[in-house]
Ligand binder design. Sequence first.
Ligand code: SF4
Length: 244
Amino acid sequence: MLIAGLQKTTLIDYPGKIACVVFLAGCNFRCPWCYSSELVLPLKIVNQPRISEQEFFNFLNQRKGLLEGVVICGGEPTINKDLPKFLERIKSLGFYVKLDTNGSNPQVLKDLVRAGLVDYVAMDIKASLNNPIYENILNEDIKMNDIKESAEFLKNGNLDFEFRTTCVPVVHAKEDFIEIAKWIGGKNVKYYLQNFRAEKTIDPEFSAQGGPASGGEKSKPYPTEFLQEIAKEISPHFKVCQVR
Ligand code: SF4
């Protein structure tokens, strides 16, 4: 378990709970617009500060009664073989757990949920099923069916969850959001549109600052009003549909 960051308090990352965020290094995707490249690219991960599990659990013990939950974020947390044990330890201290995932490991997700180790899941929806970007960012061992299986599992289960998409103009057209809504929509589904931040991205062309390839067309976010219009249009498909 490579803990590469810890945000000691957040009021916005775990719906309805005061939480901390623990950042696990390593990811099986390479989304070009990703702004956590330091948690994804091995050459950057080696330069990240490390927090030992002991340090993290010392922190958590001191926050009993002050924090309610722990957000497990990445990178992609489910690629860590030690994740179940890590979550067991967190749960044994009485904290709620929120897992952020790209949905690439449906079996791990199911095992964690069925073992009662997760209380809330936020799953990224990268694009609609017919947008070729999904195939481009998946590593060769991951199939589109894995993503679909994770989404179906959450929709058909009893656990509190949300889907969310980071919206990037050169990747997502308006039709994408409509297709996403048809795919993942449901009476129990919360869906959030998040505007893209052109910072320290994996592909420098998606970055607004730094390097000769940056600051071009790919680094421009959507106007918030446009995302709000989209959210309004697709909201009949969801229990909740909002721009974050
Ligand atoms: S956006 Fe998420 S899934 Fe994509 S590369 Fe970054 S951490 Fe991995």
